[in-house]
Design a protein around this ligand. Structure first.
Ligand code: NAI
Length: 457
């Protein structure tokens, strides 16, 4: 009998297995793939960030002349970049498997499904095996979804999964959906010279993002060559000898490949949730957010399958910690969803935490909004990336409730505002600390100072 049987070794599942070690829990980690790490490590966040970094190196070389460094016109050796992606992913998955073993988790290869509370049947290569657990954590993750007419064929209509493994650079790409995935691919492909068309149904890219931040990112992506069509519905694709024709409005565009990035669906079919009292709605599992426990005592769910929480690897980590803490101590230690940062790793990056201005106003908060650009930030000027903005939303005479940054290293800088939102700091309290000069973070420091009613530059 295990203390915990975990189904799925992605960020939710592997984090639960690792964290369980702190409490000396006896863990079985069931994984259907032949390697641990799930979507994030094998076919999501990590390989995507590799490709974005490749694009960044490419543009750095392309603009090197501006800095007096004569490097010539860069050319991208796609297969070398692809091999480096595999090398990074393989190294990290091997390292993770080693760490899990070192922490005493037993990794069991095979498809696992619940067979009543506390029982998981695994189809291992050697036949079915039944595991008994005092508790079970379901962390089976998600998969790309698509829209009618755009069924994935792995060649001309693909998801991010295949796009991360393209063997050659596509010259003309249509991307459907301008969420995090669509924007990141648009950014990297345009930067390395592909022709990119980005279609979004709603009226701004990254629809959940702050409107000003989204506008700023739109301007920057357009400057990098992405052709953005918001509030646009694409028609059924037509395959041609040259590729695929994507109709939109009264126009159409012919591309080599279509990347569909319209969201991800939870992977909860066939995993036996009906054998327990868990409540499932459109594939998402409802949990008590205090403990991550489903309606079946002792059965928990974490990560992308959880109803109503963000589909982010780091949210999965946090949910795993909450579930294990409850299993080990019986005391709830809920995730603080107010201050989970969201980073879109485009060039420039866009990052946010807490409420957007719209969300704050919709909640009836009387807010004050302060924005600051990067134009005069000396470090940004030195690195030739002084486009972007910092936007801080604070309650009138009250704490900071949200922030967005578009600009270089936005994904790193957002973390100081994460603390501000999490600790409900007043702008004046946060502004009392001094930022080093010259740094990119000074953009945040200046915004905090302005938000507290004073300003320097
Ligand atoms: P998403 O839900 O973030 O964005 C999908 C976009 O597609 C939305 O803007 C939606 O309005 C649009 N859309 C839907 N139907 C459409 C249609 N018929 N035509 C045009 N546009 C349409 O999903 P995405 O980008 O696929 O990412 C999946 C999940 O993974 C999200 O939860 C996302 O936050 C997460 N993720 C996070 C990353 C990050 O934090 N950097 C990176 C990649 C994914």
């Amino acid at each position: 009998m295990y203390d915990v049987v975990i189904i799925g070794a992605g960020p939710g599942g592997y984090a639960a297995a690792l964290y369980a070690h702190n409490f000396g829990l006896n863990v079985a980690l069931v994984e259907k793939d032949d390697r641990v790490g799930g979507t994030c490590l094998n076919r999501g966040c990590i390989p995507a960030k590799h490709w974005l970094h490749t694009a960044e190196v490419f543009t750095t070389v392309q603009t090197a002349g501006t800095f007096g460094v004569e490097a010539g016109e860069p050319s991208l050796n796609w297969s070398t970049a692809l091999a480096r992606k595999d090398e990074i992913v393989n190294g990290l998955t091997r390292g993770l498997a080693g760490l899990l073993k070192a922490r005493g988790a037993e990794i069991i290869n095979g498809f696992g499904r619940l067979d009543g509370p506390g029982k998981v049947v695994v189809d291992t290569p050697d036949g079915p095996r039944t595991l008994e657990g005092r508790t079970v954590i379901v962390a089976t993750g998600s998969a790309p979804r698509t829209i009618p007419g755009y069924e994935f064929d792995g060649q001309t209509i693909v998801s991010s999964r295949e796009a991360l493994d393209w063997e050659t650079q596509p010259q003309r790409v249509a991307i459907i959906g301008a969420g995090a995935i669509g924007c990141e691919f648009a950014s990297l492909l345009a930067d390395v010279g592909s022709e990119v068309y980005l279609f979004e149904l709603l009226d701004q890219i990254v629809p959940g993002a702050d409107t000003d931040a989204s506008k700023e990112l739109t301007k920057n992506l357009k400057r990098h060559g992405v052709k953005i069509h918001t509030a646009t519905q694409v028609g059924p694709p037509q395959r041609t000898d040259g590729g695929v024709v994507v109709p939109y409005g009264d126009k159409s565009v012919e591309v080599d490949v279509v990347l569909v990035a319209v969201g991800r669906k939870p992977l909860t079919d066939g995993i036996g949730l009906e054998s327990v009292k868990a409540e499932v709605e459109r594939g998402f599992v409802h949990v008590d957010l205090e403990t991550m426990q489903t309606a079946e005592p002792g059965v928990y769910a974490v990560g992308d399958i959880v109803a109503g929480t963000p589909q982010l690897a780091h949210a999965g980590f946090a949910e795993a910690i909450a579930a294990i803490t409850h299993i080990a101590t019986g005391t709830p230690q809920p995730v603080d969803y107010r201050a989970i940062p969201l980073v879109v790793y485009t060039h420039p990056e866009m990052a946010s935490v807490g409420y957007t201005e719209t969300q704050a106003r919709e909640r009836g908060l009387d807010v004050e909004v302060t924005t600051h650009g990067f134009t005069a930030v000396s470090r940004a000027k030195i690195i030739g990336q002084n486009r972007g903005l910092v936007k801080i939303i604070a309650e009138k005479d009250g704490p900071i409730v949200g922030a967005s940054i578009v600009g270089p290293q936005a994904g790193e800088m957002i973390h100081e505002l994460m603390y501000a939102v999490g600790w409900e700091a007043l702008p004046s309290e946060a502004a009392a600390f001094i930022h080093a000069h010259p740094t990119l973070s000074e953009a945040v420091g200046e915004t905090l100072l302005s938000a507290s009613g004073r300003s320097l530059h």
